[in-house]
Design a protein around this ligand. Sequence first.
Ligand code: SF4
Length: 347
Amino acid sequence: MSAWQRQLAESLTEPAALTERFGIDMTDMEKVVQRYPMRITPYYLDLIEAPGDGIWRQCVPDARELLPSEEVADPLDEERLSPVPLVVHRYPDRVLLLASGQCAVYCRFCTRKRKVGCAAMGVTQQRLEAAINYIARTTQIRDVILSGGDPLLLEDEHLESLLGRLRAINHVEIIRLGSRVPVTLPQRITEQLCAMLRRYHPLYLNTHFNHPRELTPEAFEACRRLADAGLPLGNQTVLLRGVNDTPAVMQSLITGLLKMRVRPYYLHHMDLAAGTGHFRTRIETGLDIVAALRGPVSGLAVPHYVIDAPGGKGKIPLLPEYLLRLGESALLRTPAGETIVFPNCEM
Ligand code: SF4
């Protein structure tokens, strides 16, 4: 068994294991994990310094995930925008291909938590075939983003077969991998994987570091291997209450990422996904953080602060021209010129 497979095999999937490790009664979390699964690799678990810290909050189940709320299971309307299972086709020239149902760590803030790690994800070979056929016959698609779940949890052979099939489609110009493996399971980024990936350029990888303590020597090495294999690396951070919602933490994160050859790309305001409301900050918090970064930090490191508009209406940059009003609700203009209301509150 390789090091990364051993990490997966030894992952914690039951709250009782956390009770043993931290001496905190996690019995109430059993109900949470019946609804939203838990998995934490030993590597990521070791990054926790104390219960409740920025790493803990991202991976340990919380009773607030089950609180009733006005949020919805599918805030970005992905099911409606899915012409065939496993494909989300929101923008004309780009698709998401949900190639894997599994992740190394199930993030408590995940926007797709309604089905990631659950049977509802429904990734089968037959559905993947149908998804590839859809991409092959839809000639305006030039950009395929492999997502999931985490596509880097596929075995090399399976992933290579998928990349080969996509590369054989003439109109597919670029392929992007969306993966949190460099953060939660950096052992997965082997030299062998990178040697395979470099055969399928142009290939990009967007990862998802949220906290400076995730920038470990192991993560550094994983990113070095990917960058040396020629993959441009970007990072999408989610603004998370109690994790990274201060200028100091965000500055440390984004400047550290640049040292790892990872370009901070987006800072996402939390979607309205059911079970994640306790992570949401006010919009002003994100605006203040970005304002504090401009100047002290190189422009190369400052991410674009965006909201993904509910209902699959696309990303709205949080800039003055798109922010019409802030208050208990924010009034925003989408790039298409539509006006939408977004609740501007913390739980
Ligand atoms: S790695 Fe991505 S898809 Fe998987 S649980 Fe975390 S945020 Fe969701």
